[in-house]
Design a protein around this ligand. Structure first.
Ligand code: ADP
Ligand code: ZN
Length: 615
């Protein structure tokens, strides 16, 4: 036989062996082969006597392997029983479902002939290693422990984290829990097991988690969600087990899971099959979380910038039922972060930290750390003895010009435009007679938005959930306020695409008023079109099924555009009458980035304007 071919044959064989061993190990943690068989009723008895530690259910739910407390194994034929899983959970049995689509028989047969091939494969490996000292990546299995990082003492404290006061306050509680669990448990307080840190990359989520561990002086275990999701089915789940096994040995401790969305995305609900590996990993994580007691022994902090995509099962009470938002820092937060990172750096006298903070909207904590480091490098390269303001300005420009930050970090011109746009929303909102009050206006970018205006709905409206026709009309005018401000200040030719999501809101509202809420006289109180948000279709209007005539469609379109143009006229009237207030609010925003409800009220008083009926 040709030598090359023989080698290839061995490769194939080896691959089969490796996968087979892996499957065998993962599915049956102890390599001992199956012996006894139990009857279902015996199994139930054992479960109720707490004699079962673990159960591995076949993927078709027909059989299971049972591992008893003393390590003995047994095989059971299952019968359909609605209470089975509940009993397992009640008695804290570790449940796993056989990952592969293969039946148990396949694996049993395989185990039978693994041994001889193993020898062969082992030999082959030895030869290969001798040949090129190579490392076969497929053999890195089982070494999953290496992926978990452990720091016995992080040395990070809350004083190293700045500009995220809200998050710090919430996490201080966790430190208390870890330090004095008894004080809390003796009063019957439920200690949180899982806390979700939600925020964009670089805002300091990892740093916060380390600070919690550092403050409480407990070990810090960390792993990234992406590490769990690997090629081989079952590896993720075994890594989760490993992680918690290690953590349990050093409890109390913090377990930090970065990028939890990599494992915790919503399950696919059966359409087109899910990702088996991810689901199993997720299930294992849930099992582990449900397994520990209310004793503050392990607190899991998980980070994500997409809390919206997480599976509901993860967010249930007793799991990640607390969410802490880690926002982009505002100007004063940035100043504090700069102070933290200026520690130990030699700054020249002319360095104005406030000015740096004002020049860096959209920077995260990581960007600011990077900025100061960049400045130190620049200064060193120029052989300066201290870091001057000039150097820092140069570093700001460097960081801004960096490829990823282009969109997030605003130029002065863009900042002004966003300020007018948001001020437009806020002023229209504040001067509408029947509308929610403006809570806060901000030009700090968040997610996709360049700026945001927050409204607080009245208690009454929140409780009833009912919206009057005039309220909805006002809402359309408020949503158009941003765009209208741009038109007034920059002229109609200069308006930007920044208002596209506002325009969508307006169009959706107007169409709903006409077709769902019966708020158009011409169309009348008829619900038209299949209801919104069908199960499988997109959320856009275009996907609505039509159940009305071409003529009706035309009337609807006319009514919708009438509502929109009325809203546009009202917003324009308000802003034209109050252009001075608009300009003042925009400049307040440029100055401070956020303006709160009280400052807006003061502004309105200063200009002596009040809510009024426009048109
Ligand atoms: P995330 O986990 O949110 O992506 P990190 O915690 O990894 O962000 O932040 C990276 C680095 O940026 C930190 O190690 C720290 O030097 C700096 N940093 C980020 N946020 C802050 C903050 N709020 N205060 C001080 N430094 C910060
Ligand atoms: Zn807007």
């Amino acid at each position: 036989m040709n030598k090359r071919w023989r080698n290839r044959g061995l490769y194939v064989l080896l691959a089969v062996v490796v996968i087979a061993i892996a499957t065998a190990f993962l599915d049956r943690p102890d390599s001992e082969s199956t012996s006894r068989s139990l009857r279902y009723s015996e199994l139930i008895e054992e479960i109720q006597d707490n004699q079962v530690s673990r159960i591995l259910i076949s993927s078709d739910r027909s059989t299971a392997q049972v591992i008893e407390n003393d390590g003995q194994r047994a095989e059971v034929n299952l019968v359909p029983d609605k209470n089975f899983i509940k009993q397992l959970l009640d008695h804290k049995v570790d449940i796993a479902v056989q990952p592969s689509r293969q039946t148990g028989g396949w694996q049993q047969n395989l185990v039978g002939f693994i041994f001889p091939i193993l020898l062969l494969g082992g030999l082959f490996l030895l030869v290969r290693r001798a040949q090129n000292g190579g490392n076969n990546p497929a053999m890195n299995f089982g070494k999953s422990k290496a992926r978990v990082q452990m720091e016995p003492e992080t040395q990070v404290t809350f004083s190293d984290v700045a500009g995220v006061e809200g998050a710090k306050i919430e996490l201080e509680e966790v430190v208390d829990f870890l330090k004095n669990p008894d004080r809390f448990t003796s009063l019957g307080a439920k200690i949180p097991k899982g806390i979700l840190l939600a925020g964009s990359p670089g805002t300091g989520k990892t740093l916060l988690a380390k600070a919690v561990a550092g403050e409480a002086r407990v070990p810090f275990f960390s792993i990234a969600g992406s590490e769990f999701v690997e090629m081989f089915v079952g590896v993720g789940a075994s890594r989760v087990r490993d992680l918690f096994e290690q953590a349990r040995k050093s409890s109390p401790c913090i377990v930090f899971i970065d990028e939890i969305d990599a494992v915790g995305r919503q399950r696919s609900g059966g359409l087109g099959g899910g990702n088996d590996e991810r689901e199993q990993t997720l299930n294992q994580l849930l099992t582990e979380m449900d397994g520990f007691e209310n004793k503050a022994e392990i607190i899991i902090l998980a980070a994500t910038n997409r809390p919206d995509v997480l599976d509901a099962a993860l967010l249930r009470p007793g799991r990640f039922d607390r969410q802490v938002t880690v926002d982009y820092p505002d100007a004063s937060g940035r100043r504090q972060i700069i102070e933290v990172h200026a520690r130990g750096k030699t700054l020249a006298k002319d360095v104005d930290l406030d000015k740096i903070a004002r020049r860096t909207p959209g920077f995260t904590g990581a960007d600011l750390a990077n900025l100061l480091n960049e400045a130190a490098i620049l200064a060193a390269r120029n052989e300066f003895t201290e870091i001057s303001m000039d150097v820092i300005n140069e570093a700001i420009e460097r960081v801004m010009a960096g490829p990823e930050k282009k969109n997030r970090v605003m130029s002065e011109k863009h900042k002004l435009l966003v300020a007018y746009h948001e001020a437009g929303h806020a002023i229209v909102g504040a001067l509408m007679p029947d509308y929610d009050s403006v809570e806060k206006v901000s030009i700090v970018p968040r997610g996709n938005a360049g700026g945001l205006t927050f409204f607080t709905p009245s208690q009454e409206r929140m409780e009833s959930g009912l919206y009057s026709r005039s309220y909805l009309q006002n809402q359309m005018a408020v949503a158009l306020g941003g765009r209208v401000a741009e038109e007034i200040v920059y002229g109609e030719d200069e308006v930007t695409t920044g208002a596209s999501s506002d325009l969508q809101t307006v169009a959706r509202l107007a169409r709903q008023m006409v077709t769902n809420f019966g708020m158009s006289e011409r169309v009348g109180p008829i619900a038209l079109g299949r209801s919104q948000g069908g199960m499988f279709l997109g959320r856009g209007m275009g996907s609505n099924e039509r159940d009305f005539s071409e003529d009706t469609a035309e009337v609807i379109d006319e009514e919708v555009s009438k509502l929109v143009s009325l809203a546009h006229k009202r917003a324009t009237a308000i802003l034209q009458d109050n252009i001075a207030v608009l300009k003042e609010l925009a400049s307040m925003l440029i100055e401070n980035e956020t303006v709160n409800t009280q400052e807006i009220q003061e502004l309105l008083v200063r200009y002596d304007v009040r809510a009024a009926e426009y048109l």
